[in-house]
Design a protein around this ligand. Structure first.
Ligand SMILES: [Zn+2]
Length: 243
């Protein structure tokens, strides 16, 4: 076909000089996440499993939802973390926490990411304290979750209980801080008023975190951070020393 041949032979027009673009128009995509947690000082409670059993009842009047007892992580999941960038730890966390309610998971997420809770030893008594969940049952960013956290003192074997709250996500509201502070005080006072408290704990947190001491609890497998520990901070049982 002769007209095709003609077209092929025609040389292409020289490229037009590109106008210099000073600034491209761009759409912005932005996500600001913000999580806040507050923990009170610790209160000492009598070394008695019956006292530990009474803790949900102390929290109950301040919780809008039934109190959920979230146990410390079993030894095989001790690396579990809700931080998505640590994918293997995240997988452990999902496995360990698959049966926890959306409110409990939100509480763990906020309080573990902020290091307010250490679930290798802490037992977490959790409820929705303020605000509403969304239609799927997940707390909104301005909902306040939390309650009480406990572990056993390594030396005295007493139960150390502290009030703990958290909130946050895709937003922050100015009045959440004020409501949170009030709730934290109420939680703390509730423990004092329960009659179980023996007074303030010198150290709300463990003096020595993490393993490395070689001293392992025969009951739950937790490795104490200090070789001088008499009691397991995780399960409260007496440490058995070999040899
Ligand atoms: Zn133990």
């Amino acid at each position: 076909m002769s007209f095709l041949k003609r077209k092929k032979q025609a040389s292409p027009p020289p490229p037009q000089p590109m106008p210099v673009q000073e600034e491209v128009t761009a759409q912005e995509y932005l996500l600001r996440l913000s999580y806040v947690a507050r923990s009170s000082d610790g209160l000492r409670l009598r070394a008695d499993p019956a006292v530990a059993m009474a803790i949900p009842g102390i929290l109950e009047p301040l919780s809008q939802t039934p109190v959920e007892i979230i146990e410390p992580l079993p030894v095989e999941y001790s690396d579990a973390s809700p931080a998505i960038e640590r994918f293997n730890d995240m997988q452990q966390w999902v496995l360990a926490r698959r049966d926890v309610s959306p409110i409990g998971r939100h509480g763990l997420y906020v309080l573990e990411l902020t290091d307010a809770l250490d679930m290798t030893v802490d037992t977490f008594f959790c409820g929705l304290l303020h605000g509403d969940p969304d239609t799927s049952g997940y707390p909104e960013y301005n909902s306040i979750v939390g309650g009480l956290a406990s572990h056993w003192d390594e030396l005295s074997g007493e139960l150390i209980v502290r009030a703990i709250i958290g909130w946050g996500g895709r937003g922050l509201r100015g009045d959440t801080e004020r409501i949170g502070q009030k709730l934290l005080s109420s939680l703390y006072q509730q423990v004092v008023a329960s009659g179980y408290s023996l007074g303030e704990a010198e150290q709300a947190r463990l003096p020595s975190m993490g393993g490395g001491s070689g001293l392992t609890c025969a009951h739950c497998g937790y490795e104490a951070g200090s070789a001088t520990a008499f009691y397991c901070p995780k399960c409260g049982m007496r440490m058995v020393r070999g040899a």
